[in-house]
Design a protein around this ligand. Structure first.
Ligand code: ADP
Ligand code: MG
Length: 652
């Protein structure tokens, strides 16, 4: 009797049942087998007897229906995903009849791949050394398709050895090879066995089985023979402690995943581009919409604050009289303005205005424009000191002088390059002398702020518009007297009209922050609406990514199976595909930002609209596209990570 040492592996009563529709197929019918460290075992049996099924269970690529499987005395069928991955990575090397190399990688990268998951160092050197040992040192940079069958199988053996396994499972490793190549492979396996690695080999050729020390025969899912052909090497048992594979993502693994994602994207250029298109359009529209929206808002704010923050506007409102009589408007007359102006403690300056539209003629040119009647205070209160010429005086206003100031748009329309100051124009067929040009205001909301003419208030009321009352009164308030003045204005106007507080609607008072709020709330609503549309296109883009990830997962299911077979955990696979979808959507996001910025610049150049690309909108849209990639990549990635290695490897 031998001394009691722990066997390398032991299976007890292993069964495997496949359910095909209604039928139950008993493929393995209770297999018992013990393999000591250092043994070289050949399993023979007719085709269909269950040899591969048994090997997949032993290699932890598949699970038995029932039974016990112990490695170094530990029940490995109870292990979790991470512990099983450790066994596949560090203890087991699997050699397939079909080689199962990844065609997009070189021989050296294929050999080094298990080291990525086991965290092994010096991957390149180690892969080259092992390729040297299988006599392929001059083929390290070849892709699998550039190698013969025998060479591919030798690469696969080198890959199985890269983590110094305790045991190699080889399922008909010479099945696709010529007899010369077969002998080379068998010689390599024999040499490995001499170094102490246990070998279990499946074959249906007696010539191959002769290489082994022990021959096990299987028929119809049962062991029918177990003979020793020669004594096995005596290897001192040296059990490895079975640990978990590290749960964190190593840098090597991240880099591997990242570059395999880039490789996948590059090898499907058109498809990747079409997939990214949704994200690109979505991000580009978000960026440009927000740029236009915040540009409009910023220019409005600038204009309004440039007018001064201590201005109030008094305007007639409407009071309801109830019933069928509807509502009436209380007018503001010049004598009201004079009365209001008396309170100099509150009021610094006051400027009553009338406005209307007129036809203006110069020579044979004419244009329709808006006219404002104002007092000299207007130029200071509205930042309108003429850039050329002068404003009218108090006396000119009192004398109903026919003088006017013109905005630059009017100048352009009537005078072209001519200097208008000193010239006479006809406003509603009355002759006015141009005395100044108003400073440029630019667009004000949807209105051209330079398409205007200003004349003295009294001239406008009596000579042009024929009105007794003013349309609004601008009031410049003494510092810190804002709310006091608002009350004063309303109170005085109500009193003068013999109205009570319940008719406070008879007059409206607007301050600057009201105006800003009014204007910004319209631009904000607009921006949000456009943003929502852009957001929807991002979601559509995300669905495109999910779709392509599903395709990618299904195309690469065999690759997933192989990666798991050589020691990748489910998490590692999940991360691989998540990284791929994030790279895809991030690339789309970055291209989208670039496109969006270009669109904004082009629009601002040709349409003359103010744009402002905020870092907030860039972070928002890139962040959102990465988020879309992760969310929409998650489901396909999870599907991939949950496949059993052998199911995945059988996929076509
Ligand atoms: P071999 O000894 O030739 O390697 P296998 O282990 O591959 O045999 O297959 C044994 C039997 O199990 C065969 O009859 C095969 O049809 C059946 N079988 C293998 N895989 C499956 C499967 N996934 N589903 C159903 N039957 C299967
Ligand atoms: Mg088989």
């Amino acid at each position: 009797m031998e001394n009691k040492k722990i066997p390398l592996l032991q299976i007890k009563n292993i069964t495997k049942v496949y359910n095909i529709g209604e039928n139950k197929l008993d493929i393995l019918k209770g297999i018992n087998l013990t393999v000591e460290e250092g043994e070289f075992v050949a399993i023979m049996g007719p085709s269909g007897s269950g040899k591969s099924t048994l090997m997949h269970i032993l290699g932890l690529l598949d699970r038995p229906t029932d039974g016990v499987y112990e490695i170094y005395g530990q029940n490995v069928l109870k292990f979790n995903d991470s512990q099983t991955a450790f066994l596949r990575s560090k203890i087991i090397g699997f050699v397939f009849q079909q080689y199962n190399l990844l065609n997009k990688m070189t021989a050296a990268d294929n050999v080094a791949l298990p080291l990525v998951y086991s965290g092994g160092k010096n991957r390149k050197e180690r892969a080259e050394k092992l390729l040297g040992e299988v006599d392929l040192s001059n083929r390290t940079e070849h892709k699998p398709t550039q190698l013969s069958g025998g060479q591919q199988q030798r690469v696969a053996i080198a890959r199985a050895l890269v983590n110094d396994p305790k045991i190699i499972f080889a399922d008909e490793p010479t099945g696709n090879l010529s007899s010369k190549q077969s002998n080379e492979i068998m010689q390599i396996l024999t040499d490995l066995n001499k170094k102490g690695i246990s070998i279990i080999l499946v074959t249906h050729e007696p010539d191959i089985a002769k290489w082994a020390d022990r021959l096990i025969t299987i028929k119809d899912g049962q062991v029918i023979g177990d003979t020793r052909q020669k004594p096995s090497k005596q290897v001192k048992s040296n059990p490895i402690e079975i640990k978990k594979v590290a749960a964190h993502l190593s840098f090597a693994e991240f880099a591997e995943n990242f570059f395999s994602a880039i490789r996948a994207i590059i090898s499907n250029k058109t498809r990747s581009l079409l997939t990214m298109l949704g994200i690109i359009i979505g991000v580009a529209s978000i960026i440009s919409m927000l740029a236009l929206g915040s540009g409009a808002q910023k220019s409005l704010e600038k204009q309004i604050t440039s007018m001064g923050t201590n201005l109030l506007y008094l305007m007639p409102g409407r009071i309801s009289l109830g019933g069928v009589s509807g509502s009436v408007t209380r007018r503001i007359y010049l004598k009201d303005v004079d009365a209001l102006a008396e309170n100099t403690e509150l009021i610094k300056n006051i400027d009553p205005n009338v406005s209307g539209s007129v036809q203006v003629v110069y020579g044979n040119k004419n244009t329709n424009t808006s006219i404002t009647g104002a007092t000299p205070a207007y130029q200071y209160m509205q930042n309108s000191v003429p850039q050329y010429g002068r404003f009218f005086t108090k006396t000119e206003n009192e004398n109903l002088a026919k003088v006017c100031l013109v905005g630059t748009t009017v100048v352009k329309n009537l005078f072209g390059n001519e200097n208008p100051v000193g010239k006479y124009i006809k406003i509603n067929r009355k002759k006015f002398r141009v005395i100044g040009i108003l400073p440029v205001k630019g667009a004000q909301g949807y209105r051209d702020g330079d398409d205007m003419v200003i004349v003295p208030l009294n001239t406008a009321m009596k000579r042009l518009l024929g009105t007794q009352y003013v349309s609004s009164v601008a009031v410049e308030v003494q510092d810190g007297k804002m709310s006091e003045t608002e009350t004063y204005l309303l109170q005085t106007m109500l009193e003068r009209n013999k109205l009570t507080a319940e008719h406070a609607d008879a007059f409206r008072i607007r301050n600057m922050s009201d105006m800003i709020q009014m204007l910004t709330s319209t631009t904000q609503t607009m921006t949000m609406l456009l943003g929502a549309v852009a957001g929807i296109s991002l979601i559509v883009g995300g669905i495109g990514i999910m779709n392509i990830m599903l395709v990618s997962v299904s195309e690469r299911t065999r690759e997933i199976g192989l990666r798991k077979a050589i020691g990748a955990t489910g998490i590692a696979i999940l991360l691989q595909f998540l990284i791929e979808s994030s790279v895809l959507s991030l690339l789309g996001g970055i291209s989208g930002v670039t496109l969006g910025v270009i669109i904004s610049l082009v629009v601002s150049k040709f349409a003359g609209w103010a744009v402002f690309v905020s870092s907030f909108s860039i972070i928002l849209s890139v962040g959102f596209s990465a988020f879309v990639g992760i969310v929409f990549g998650l489901w396909p990635a999870k599907k991939a990570s949950e496949l059993s290695p052998i199911e995945a490897l059988r996929h076509d």
